[in-house]
Design a protein around this ligand. Structure first.
Ligand SMILES: *[C@@H]1O[C@H](CO)[C@@H](O)[C@H](O)[C@H]1NC(C)=O
Length: 742
């Protein structure tokens, strides 16, 4: 390994290990999966062979049956796809101690950290600078650490906040290092710790808390007034360069080196160096496409290439702070391992949330995804990249194809000039609107343009170029973000993702096309689990409506309890749900969280996925987007309070809520009147034939309990509005009253 360590190769202990579940566990799972597969095949066989005959008296039954067969066919196929994210999980562990032994501080590679923000109203500057401060305070040599903030709005307020943060950092970073403070986002730290810990000097601790309060007050008052104080205008060049008539969508490029780690004058109060801190706003003009976050990441790659050009790049969203000051050293264990690290392009950390409560009503603590799905993708050689909390190898992100003779130079230094003004000018010329015209940026180089979910595609493309990626999920979480805490926000977010994934799957970027012969089949399937989310919508909607309606009308669609064909149905359902419950418990979710997650699973499928599928179809047919989705509103205090009490947040009218309410009402009506009908008409012999439909209907009713609450019982402003109840009643009543002709 060039430069890094002369001891490369040979018999040094590895810097990370990979653990797999025991062989017995793996075989037990495979045996279990094959019994479920047998059940699925029998269900398909039943549907294929027992189709009701074509007769005028049972036309409705025949059609309902056919629909159900298609739904079951899809569920079975999709289940096969999901096997890929259960098959062979791997778990990674690093040894930062060995890294420290093998690499002296001055041998460590330089690291660039990219933080992106887009809108100072949605992402308040205090949130942004708390994240920036948390990454500036990483336990890493300051002269090797470079922080870049991309401000896509080009807002003077964000620059002002960052300037204030750079001043505050002179106190905050020495304080963190002196007392081993954790977490190193000052906002998170002071929110969590209300009294000085024993190790701290009381006076110092209170002085710093006061300083942080001052910072918060100053930044927030500037945010509120929209004007920066006159006195600070003479500080960084950027303030007086700002002209009155720039706007979020129309401004020149601007690069400001607020702290230059190379300059001795930029020191903290304890006399130690500070990490380099750079503000960047790329040029934006209304007539030029800016490619959203992908565009700003690519701009950051170029700007950083003339200022620090570190071989390792970490990127994080502005609402996700670092919760572990050791993460850089942790992640470097993967890249710097002489034996296994050569072909690792990126190390993805999971997404974890700070603001979720115990037994979260939205099933937000997505443990199952973090603890099982992602380790399985890793097991196939390619964790996906999801745009935040990820360490990249610059070369791989830049578009290099992996080859066996490739060796990284971890210690290269590129600083084109020592003159900061000249450097800024040079960097600015790299982020003009026209710079990327007729270049490979966004195609072969950097983050991909022109497709939804550009991060995922970028990761896939890197894997297709021969690189590997790993997933690292240490017990103490590396990054903490904010989960959406209202139903509308979650469903809208999922609709966007689902639509993006479906468009990828149907395009030439589909993992099966792009990854053909380049990545393993299991990984292609793993990507497609999300890729085909949307297609679950129609079968699920069918399953929670038609069998219930048929039950109401006395039409049986499943085998009777006494029929041997009943067994495969019962087995598949029981087996998959018990397995899912056990997995959830193993990933330290509670039963309530599991139950909540099942509800959200249903809601997402019948709303987000459905609307995503419809919008994609409209897109293909050339009809403009429906604009179905409601806009995510920032949750207010009352809503937050309701979230903490475990109440579901509806509140406004939206198509999504109408669908949810209609399905809930439909099942309730069908269950009540269907059971009444059986009892009144003493069709008790019929109940055996209806058993599975009754169970399905009853479970749908049970899981929708919070919806009935929001419809009938609650009085707060988060309940389902009357308009939603009315519209859903108008849909449900005709369906229930009109008899289905037998
Ligand atoms: C975040 O870091 C703190 C230490 O500051 C730790 O106690 C906590 O468990 C971490 N949070 C998570 C979710 O891992």
């Amino acid at each position: 390994m060039a430069g890094g360590s002369a001891r490369g190769g040979g018999n040094c202990p590895p810097l990370f290990t990979t653990e797999k579940p025991t062989r017995t566990a793996a075989y037990a799972y495979r045996l279990f999966a094959s019994t479920v597969l047998a059940g699925v095949l029998l269900v398909w066989l039943y549907r294929a062979t027992q189709l009701p005959p074509r007769s005028s008296s049972a036309r409705a039954r025949r059609w309902a049956w056919l629909g159900l067969s298609v739904a079951e066919l899809w569920f079975g196929l999709y289940w096969l796809l999901t096997l890929s994210v259960r098959w062979s999980p791997v778990y990674r562990r690093t040894f930062p101690g060995r890294l420290a032994q093998r690499y002296q501080e001055e041998q460590l590679p330089m690291v660039d950290v990219f933080v992106c923000t887009a809108d100072p109203t949605l992402e308040p500057p205090m949130l942004v600078i708390s994240t920036v401060l948390s990454v500036m305070a990483y336990d890493y040599p300051a002269e090797k650490l470079n922080i870049y903030l991309s401000d896509d709005a080009g807002s003077i307020i964000t620059l002002y906040a960052l300037y204030e943060a750079s001043e505050f950092a002179k106190y905050w970073i020495p304080f963190c290092k002196k007392y081993q403070v954790e977490p190193r986002s000052p906002a998170a730290y002071f929110a969590k710790i209300s009294a000085p810990p024993d190790a701290c000097d009381r006076k110092e601790w209170f002085a710093l808390k006061e300083l942080h309060k001052d910072l918060t007050d100053r930044v927030n008052s500037v945010v509120n007034s929209g004007k920066i104080p006159e006195v600070s205008k003479c500080e960084p060049r950027g303030f007086y360069q700002w002209s009155e008539n720039t706007s979020f969508t129309d401004h020149p490029s601007m690069v400001q080196i607020l702290i230059d780690g190379n300059k001795r004058k930029a020191t903290a109060v304890d006399g130690n160096a500070l990490p380099t801190l750079v503000y960047m706003a790329r040029e934006k003009r209304p007539q030029e496409h800016h490619h959203f976050k992908a565009g700003s990441l690519n701009a950051l790659i170029r700007v950083s290439s003339v200022i620090s050009n570190s071989p390792v790049i970490m990127n994080v969203d502005c609402d996700m702070y670092s919760n572990n000051s050791g993460s850089i050293r942790d992640a470097l264990g993967f890249f710097l391992d002489e034996e296994q690290g050569q072909d690792i392009a990126f190390v993805q950390y999971p997404q974890n949330f700070e603001n979720v409560v115990q037994n979260d009503i939205y099933g937000n603590p997505i443990n199952i995804v973090n603890e099982l799905d992602h380790p399985c993708l890793d097991g196939w050689g390619g964790m996906c990249y999801y745009g935040t909390g990820c360490f990249h190898r610059r070369e791989a992100l830049g578009g290099r194809i992996y080859s066996l003779d490739y060796k990284e130079d971890w210690t290269r230094v590129v600083r084109k000039t020592e003159d900061v003004r000249e450097l800024e000018g040079m960097a600015e010329s790299l982020v003009t609107c026209t710079y990327e015209h007729n270049t490979l940026w966004g195609i072969e180089k950097g983050v991909r343009y022109g497709c939804p979910l550009e991060d995922v595609i970028t990761g896939l493309q890197i894997q297709c170029r021969g690189w590997r990626s790993v997933y690292h999920n240490p017990a103490r979480k590396g990054f903490l973000g904010m989960a959406p805490t209202s139903l509308g926000q979650i469903l809208v977010q999922h609709k966007r993702w689902t639509e993006g994934f479906l468009q990828i799957s149907l395009s030439k970027h589909s993992p099966f096309v792009l990854g053909h012969r380049k990545i393993r089949l299991g990984l292609q399937m793993g990507y497609s689990v999300c890729g085909f989310w949307a297609l679950n919508s129609f079968p699920t909607l069918y399953y929670v409506t038609i069998p219930a309606l048929c039950f109401l009308n006395g039409i049986s669609l499943f085998p009777e309890v006494s029929n041997p064909w009943f067994l495969p149905f019962a087995y598949v359902v029981m087996a998959t749900y018990s397995c899912s419950l056990v997995e959830s418990l193993q990933c330290s979710d509670t039963v309530v969280e599991w139950w909540n997650a099942q509800r959200m699973w249903l809601f997402r499928r019948i709303t987000s996925y459905l609307l995503a599928a419809i919008d994609t179809i409209r897109g293909i047919l050339g009809i403009s987007e429906s604009g179905f989705a409601l806009t995510a509103k920032v949750s207010d205090l009352q809503a937050l309070d309701r979230y903490k009490k475990g109440m579901m947040e509806f509140g406004s009218f939206s198509t999504m809520f109408v669908i949810i309410a209609a399905v809930a009402l439909l099942n309730l009506t069908c269950l009540m009147f269907g059971v009444a009908r059986v009892l009144l008409h003493e069709e008790s012999t019929n109940l055996g034939a209806m058993f599975l439909q009754v169970v399905l209907c009853a479970l749908t009713v049970a899981i929708n309990f919070p919806v009935y609450e929001a419809l009938f019982l609650r009085k707060d402003s988060g309940r389902l509005p009357a308009s939603v109840s009315l519209v859903s009643l108008c849909i449900v009543l005709p369906l229930c009253i009109l008899p289905i002709s037998l």
